[in-house]
Structure formats: C-alpha cells, structure tokens
Design a protein around this ligand. Structure first.
Ligand SMILES: [Zn+2]
Length: 160
C-alpha cells in the first residue's frame, strides 16, 4: 500500500515537472512572439517620402531608427531637418557589395544611368576605386563625399 502511494507521488511529481516544462515552453514562445511583433511594429516606411523602404534593399538608408528608401531621401530629409545629420548611426548600402556602410565613409556617384526608387540618386561605395569604375561604366558625372552634399547638389541630382 505504501509502495503504491509512493508511486502515485512520484507520478504526480513527474506530471508536474512535465507541466512546468510545457508552461516554460509556452512562456518562451510568447517571448519570441513579443520580439517579432515589436520589430514588425517598427516603422520602416521612408521618413521622407513614405515609401516602404525595405522593398528597396539595395538602397535602404538609415539615421538611427529612421528608415529612408534611398540616400536621396536621406539627404533631402537632412536638408529639411539638419539635426538628423548628428544621428549616432547614419548608414547607406554599398551598391556593389550590398552591405551597410557609414554614410560618412561612402563615395557617392551621381548622374549615372542607374536609378534608385525615386529616380536619379546618390550611388554609394565604400571603395573609391569601385566608385570610379562605376562612374566609368555607368556614365556618372562625379563622385561626392557626404560633406559635399548640399541643397545645390541635391537639386542637380533631382533635375537630371
Ligand atoms: Zn523615400
């Protein structure tokens, strides 16, 4: 009789453990869901023109939590709100390497036959030699650093 009782207690403990594990699993799932919904809630529409920036992975640019569909929209926004320039992280995509690079390190080719989501754009490269190759191959006009990109230059690109 005592042995049966002991077995019942053991069984109960075992079931309880199992149920704790299921609860833990459920908690983990909820946490993952929480993280997923948080990231999908983050607004990735272009902070300048409102286009869904993630649809243009080769052009997507960022200033901290703000997304832009292209370097052009990023620079347009900086003209309107210069404080964006002091964002901790200001990034664009290297056109050949398809990787995120700091806008301040990039060489931008303008006037080429390659257009971005908004038309003529600033095509970014980490490597100056790559920018020169691209300029030759795609009939670019010139190479600019971020420090040289001002209202006049932006207007020049938009009027191409
Ligand atoms: Zn845009």
């Amino acid at each position: 009789m005592q042995k049966t009782l002991y077995l019942v207690i053991l069984l109960a403990q075992f079931l309880c453990l199992g149920c704790a594990r299921v609860q833990q699993q459920a908690a983990d799932d909820t946490m993952e869901d929480g993280i997923q919904s948080e990231s999908s809630e983050q607004n990735s529409d272009c902070a300048n023109c409102g286009m869904p920036s993630l649809e243009f992975p080769k052009w997507v640019s960022r200033a901290d939590e703000h997304y832009f569909c292209s370097p052009r929209c990023l620079f347009l926004k900086i003209q309107k709100e210069p404080e964006i320039k002091s964002a901790k992280s200001l990034t664009v995509m290297d056109y050949y390497e398809a990787k995120v690079i700091a806008a301040s390190n990039a060489f931008f080719v303008i006037g080429s036959d390659i257009t971005g989501p908004m038309g003529h754009d600033f095509v970014p490269f980490t490597d100056e030699a790559a920018a020169k190759d691209f300029l030759k191959e795609h009939k670019g006009i010139k190479i600019l650093r971020m420090a040289n990109i001002n209202e006049t230059v932006i207007k020049e690109v938009m009027d191409l």
